[in-house]
Design a protein around this ligand. Sequence first.
Ligand code: CIR
Length: 276
Amino acid sequence: MNNFKYTSVIVRDVSDSLGEAALRMDDGPVVDMEKVRLQHKEYVRTVRSLGLKIIKMDADHSLPDSVFVEDPAVVIGTTVLLPKLGHPSRRPETNAMQKVFEGIPGMKIHKMEDIDPMATLDGGDVLFTGQEIFVGQGSRTNERGVKVLSQVFSGFKVTSIEVNGHLHLKSVCTLAADDTIILATGDDESTGIVKRLQSAATGKYKYLEVKGKSSGANCVYIESNDGPTVIHQSFSVYPQIEQAYNSLKGRKIAVDTSELSKVDGCLTCLGIFLTI
Ligand code: CIR
């Protein structure tokens, strides 16, 4: 299976209500919507430049967090899980997502709510390494959500990792190459998450650690026609990540989405990558 040989990506235009109403873990600086739109455009332009077809969903201004398409769908190959999102305000996001997948021939769609109405999960908690699936269990994903994920993706070993102090598992641990996981260990909580993942892992991985303030370590790993590529955050905004990414082989492209980080968005959350 060519797990990361992507052909297309689902993205969604930015909601006008993001700045005012998106969920955020901390009250912080005001979001500059013009900057958000420019950064999102640059992300889409970069992914397109890698030869991927863009499947663009219209913005929904009643759903402030809907640009973060990673959360309302988990896709491996032709199997799609539409989760019941952990936060109630985001749950309607799966409706438009379902329509998109119904329009793609060959996709097998599973709705979490039909399997277990009490289960919740966000796609940001799901780290697929090609060898196994790790799933963060914390504020958004519950034990029943983990169980449904294991049932739907029964061909893979699924291991739950307790996540505290951070929004999602992928806020701390992301795939940076087909055998490499980048780990952010900037605080006690992330160090704990990383330790739990490393001791539960059964696949063979290299680990790359980002010390100091951990935000910005999250990246997107893509095998396009041009070979493996990592899209990471800008070194000038997040100097603490530079050493780790410089030690990675292959092509690296920086895309600055730091304005979205004000509402806890990272790079993986902006796209759903498809191999079909
Ligand atoms: C939320 O709290 O749900 C959004 N403001 C941020 C979601 C980011 N999602 C992701 O990294 N997968």
